[in-house]
Design a protein around this ligand. Structure first.
Ligand code: GAL
Length: 435
């Protein structure tokens, strides 16, 4: 049953998002040339430094060190939510042929960039030796497979379209419950602004506006039309996109950008600190909210905060998956393989994901570990009725160029607040993506 459930949901997404990408041509995998047997160390590159996400990484690191006592774990994480700084540093390291032993990359279009640039190695032997093909949903494997070779090891599934809210502030504003459509959302934001002294919608660093954009596009256009935007030749100049962008512009009027320096954590924290009514953020925020102090906030679901699907996106899982790679020329290749083994293991995933606020990529995880919000995530992910959309900001639908060009258009919009120019920017970004 479960297999069928995955199949039916993934089909919807796979049909629209990755088939084009997988059919493209590029280079296959020749040998890396790193030191094959060096297991003395492993340098793991990610952007998990902040409260919440760093705890998940630490839990997996501790298990790795227990199992690999002779291997020094070097945590090369670079701060900046969603990899904003890390990806730039990684690009220059890869270009200068100074790769880490393993780096974090999102399943989907983002991974394809590294594959086509010949920067990572295929992991077919690794999958075979560790019997991994059967433990992941086939359709997730499709997102990390290129020309018949598998290129990364997924550790989780995250959900991007979550609305976190403060029930007390909603009550003070006379808002009966979480808004279920974009127009309702705008009405609720206005009510919070008019009736309370709180921030209606908290935002953090610039990328959190990109994250908001994908949510507003999904909520306004609907799942099929959102997914179609990432198809080759898709038209971003339509009245429907203009409407969604006008709604985005309206919503942006109710946000604060002061929290830029505190990234996504500052914006999410504002909700549980009774300072903001709403925040739209991926479910890594959940790990941060309920995680134990001092890193986590030690907050309680339903008392300190509540969650719902982002307005207009009920029934759709806007997904993304963190995965780890084997770069060509990894200096400690055997160390890297030991790390990938940890990442792929049931134990590793069950240690990592409850802290990270994600559900495991493997099909055989211990369900009882996923409580509160994560129980809902688990159920919705496994519900055959749930539709799928790929997160563009977190690597599924857009390659790195498209991603950067959208961010540039958003950066300009934050200066000029001109919706028509934003749409022009997005039309060009789609045309020039080369995807
Ligand atoms: C995403 C990543 C998540 C989380 C988030 C915020 O791109 O997939 O694991 O780290 O950024 O930093």
């Amino acid at each position: 049953m479960r297999v069928r459930a995955f199949r039916s949901r993934w089909t919807v997404f796979a049909a629209v998002a990755m088939t084009g990408a997988l059919a493209m041509s590029g280079c296959g995998g020749d040998d890396g040339g790193g030191s094959k047997n060096d297991k003395s160390e492993v340098e793991v590159f990610s952007w998990w430094t902040g409260p919440g996400e760093a705890d998940g990484l630490q839990a997996m690191q501790a298990d790795f060190e227990k199992r690999n006592p002779g291997t020094k774990f070097v945590n090369a994480a670079i701060a900046g939510g969603s990899g904003t700084q890390a990806k730039a540093v990684l690009a220059s390291r890869l270009q200068n042929r100074k790769p880490p032993d393993s780096f974090q990359g999102h399943a989907g279009a983002e991974l394809l960039d590294y594959i086509k640039a010949g920067q990572i190695e295929p992991l077919d032997d690794f999958y075979q030796q560790n019997n991994l093909k059967s433990v992941y949903p086939k359709q997730l494997l499709d997102q990390i497979t290129y020309k018949g070779h598998i290129y990364s090891v997924p550790v989780n599934i995250h959900r991007s379209n979550v609305l976190w809210y403060n029930p007390d502030i909603l009550k003070d504003a006379g808002v009966a419950g979480p808004p279920t459509s974009i127009p309702e959302f705008i009405t609720a934001l206005k009510a919070v602004k008019d009736k309370t002294k709180k921030v209606p919608l908290s935002l953090g660093a610039q990328w959190t506006a990109d994250h908001l954009l994908e949510n507003v596009l999904l909520g306004s256009l609907g799942t099929d039309a959102y997914n179609a935007l990432w198809q080759p030749g898709a038209d971003w100049g339509t009245p429907a996109v203009a409407k969604a962008l006008n709604e985005f512009g309206e919503i942006m009027k109710y946000t604060t950008l002061e929290a830029a320096s505190t990234d996504w954590q500052g914006a999410a924290k504002a909700v549980v600190d009774d300072k903001a009514a709403f925040n739209i953020m991926g479910d890594w925020a959940y790990g941060y909210f309920v995680g134990a102090a001092p890193n986590g906030l030690g907050k309680k679901l339903d008392t300190d905060f509540k969650f719902a699907a982002a307005p207009g996106t009920e029934g759709t899982y806007m997904w993304l998956s963190d995965s780890f790679t084997l770069p060509k020329g990894a200096p400690h290749r055997a160390g890297a393989e030991a790390w990938l083994k940890e990442v792929s293991s049931k134990e590793g995933q069950d240690l990592f994901n409850p802290k990270k606020g994600s559900i495991p990529a493997r099909k055989d995880a211990d369900k009882s570990l996923y409580t509160g919000y994560l129980q809902t995530a688990f159920e919705e992910w496994n519900n055959p009725q749930t539709k799928l959309a790929g997160s563009f900001w977190h690597g599924v639908n857009a390659n790195n160029k498209w991603h950067t060009d959208i961010d540039t258009a958003i950066g300009l919009f934050l200066q000029n607040r001109d919706v028509a120019k934003l749409q022009q920017g997005l039309v060009s970004a789609a045309k020039n993506s080369g995807q």
